[in-house]
Design a binder for this molecule. Structure first.
Ligand code: AMP
Length: 221
């Protein structure tokens, strides 16, 4: 199964996507994480995309599509994936549709939309802290989910940090871009796939609701 997580930055795609990935045994693929790793490793791709990410702009479609296609051909995604942060444009959604049609014609495809009001998103993002240990990647919030010890991950004990692009100015731009593209994207998934929309006020309840929806969806097909 391929699950596409739709939603503006800060709606919980990463947090919820990672829990679903463990529960459903599907690899979590985040384009933002892939790009940040390329930037940290100072690769050619990293150098090419750094400016876009710093300013909150979208990385060009051709670069994103090539990156995702390469990732989706790796062995750990053979049985499906949770796609977090991709697609973000109608062109990316079309490219994914054709990629899956060619490579995984039998796979089920579902889209989950996380819908959160803008003022709450800004509060969530500017207070977000992430674990610097990549294999952990736990996500905290200074206001709503602080770590037990300041600056330290509860799960693995590594340092926590703020993402460079998690400031009010950049998030406002990222939100604006999301709103420009989201109607077409959501319409695309409403027509082409099963679409489940939810306001994830509480992470555990949202995960349960999504998993119930997925169970129901699987039993219908
Ligand atoms: P995220 O971690 O999903 O918030 O992504 C961080 C940044 O990476 C975004 O603000 C974009 O600059 C870039 N990015 C991630 N995924 C995509 C995508 N599917 N299309 C274009 N840019 C992306």
């Amino acid at each position: 199964m391929y699950i596409v997580m739709l939603g503006a930055p800060g709606t919980g795609k990463g947090t919820i996507g990672k829990i679903l990935s463990k529960d459903l045994n599907l690899t979590h693929v985040s384009t933002g994480d892939i790009f940040r790793e390329q930037i940290n490793r100072k690769t050619e791709l990293g150098k090419k995309i750094e400016g876009y990410i710093e300013s909150g702009a979208l990385v060009p479609d051709d670069v994103v599509i090539e990156t995702v296609k390469t990732r989706l051909l790796e062995p750990d995604v053979e049985n499906g994936a949770i796609l977090d942060g991709f697609p973000r444009t109608a062109a990316q959604a079309e490219a994914l549709k054709y990629f899956l049609k060619e490579n995984k014609p039998e796979a089920k495809r579902v889209a989950i939309e996380l819908d959160v009001p803008d003022d709450e998103i800004i509060r969530r993002v500017v207070n977000r802290l992430i674990c610097t240990n990549k294999s952990c990647g736990a996500i905290y919030n200074k206001e709503t989910k602080p770590p037990k010890e300041e600056g330290i991950c509860d799960v693995c004990g590594s340092k926590l940090k703020k993402r460079d692009d998690d400031n009010k100015e950049t998030v406002t731009k990222r939100l604006e871009i999301y709103r420009q593209n989201s109607k077409d994207l959501i319409d695309f998934y409403r027509v082409n796939n099963a679409l489940y929309s939810i306001y994830p006020k509480d992470v555990d309840i949202a995960v349960k609701d999504i998993e119930n929806f997925l169970e129901e969806y699987k039993s219908k097909k």
